[in-house]
Design a protein around this ligand. Structure first.
Ligand SMILES: [Zn+2]
Length: 82
């Protein structure tokens, strides 16, 4: 059965509902999506990051991934971070 989101409002700001995230009705404001995530204790923050157009990879893993890329070649010398 199709769900008409337009009939619902964002649980956090009261604007027209655009998404159902973590079983919460929310608009497409990343702030409301974040509130939904926190409120529901949803898994990770990847949906929010996606909504903001950021990489899904957590920021604290990015340096490790960069090091991995370097180690896999394409970089003139192996870099050992101090
Ligand atoms: Zn909202």
């Amino acid at each position: 059965m199709p769900l008409n989101l337009e009939e619902y409002t964002c649980e956090f700001c009261g604007k027209t509902c655009k998404n159902v995230i973590y079983a919460a009705f929310v608009c497409d404001d990343p702030e409301c999506i974040e509130k939904a995530r926190v409120a529901r204790g949803g898994p990770g923050g990847h949906m929010k990051r996606k909504a903001e157009g950021k990489p899904i990879i957590p920021a604290d893993l990015e340096p490790m991934i960069e090091e991995n890329k370097k180690a896999r070649g394409g970089f003139p010398r192996t870099v050992f971070s101090a």
